[in-house]
Design a protein around this ligand. Sequence first.
Ligand SMILES: [Zn+2]
Length: 338
Amino acid sequence: MSVLDKVRKLKATRPQGGGESRLRGIFHQWKDGDNPIRLVGEFVEVRTHFVAPAPKRGERGLCIPTAFQGDNKLPQVVNCLNWDVATEEEKAEHTCPICKLHAIAVAALKENPDEDEKKFFDKLRQETNPRPSLKWNIIDREDPHVLSTEGDKETKILGLKIATVGMEAWGDIEGIFEQCGFDITDPVDGVDIKVNRGHNGTRVCYSAQAVIEGTSLKVTPMTDEEKALKPNDLKIICGKMVDSQRMVDALHDDLRQIYDFNVEEAEAAAPAEEAKADAPADAKAEAPAKAEAPVKGAASKKEEAPEKDEKQALDDAISEDGDDDGLMGGADDAQKKS
Ligand SMILES: [Zn+2]
C-alpha cells in the first residue's frame, strides 16, 4: 500500500473529519428542575460502573482517589467489560473485574456471613452492580449549542448533545412513547419532552413528561438546520473501554485482595460459569490471560478511537456523569435500602 493509500484509508476510518472532530461541550448535563429536550434518532444502551469515591455521600468508592488524578486518570464511570456496546448485548466471555467482585459479593452473602461481613458484602454487591443507561442524541432546547474549536478560536454552533438517560427517566419516556402511539423522535411529527431532575428526600430522582401546549402535545417539527445536524456517533464516543488490569490496579487494597484471592476460588467453586473458558489445570496461570483479554478489545477499538480532544471531552463527560448521582451513581441502591 502506498503512503497516500494509507493516508486515505486512515482518513476514511476516522469517526469524524476535520473541524467536526474538535467539538466540545457535547455532553449534556441534567440540571435541577425541568430540562426541555428533543430526542433525536436511536439510543444506545450501555452498562457502566461508578468506580470513584463519592466524598459528598461519604463513600470511599471502589477505587483509590489518586487513580482519578493526573494524565492517565481513570474515568469515574467505566463501561462494563461484560457489555458489548457495539451489539448492545452481554458478551459471552466475562472479563469485567467489577462484575467479578459483584459475583464474589453475591457468593459471600450466601455463605452465612456474620453481621460485619454481611454489611461489607452487601455494600460491595450494590457498589459493583452494573448500571444500565441509554445514550441519546438530543437537542437541548435551553442551550442548543456546542463549541467548535479551530486552532485557538472557539465558536458556538448549533449541535446535538449526548444525554445519559437512566432507567428511572426511561420508564417515563417509554410511557410517553406508548401514550403518543408514534415515534416521538420523528423529525417532523416528534414532540419535545422535559426531563425533571429532582430530589425525593434521600436521593436524586428523575422523571419525564411530554411538553404540553394548551391541552395537547406540543408538536415540534425540526427546522432544516436541526435536521441537518450530524448525530454524535454514540457507539464510538460512549463505547470506550478501560483496560481491566487498570481497574484492578486502582481498586482499594482490600478489594483487590478479595478479587485476587477469589479469582481462583470463584473459578474452582463455580465451574458452571467459567467452564466455557476451558480453564487450564492451573487456574492461577489462567487469571492473567483473562485479564489481558479486554486489552485486545481495547486495541481494536483504538483504531477508530476518537481524536485526543474528543477523548478529553469524553473524560470530562464521564466525570460529569460521575457527579450525576441519580443516573450513574453507584450508591443509589445503597441509599434506597439503608
Ligand atoms: Zn461489569
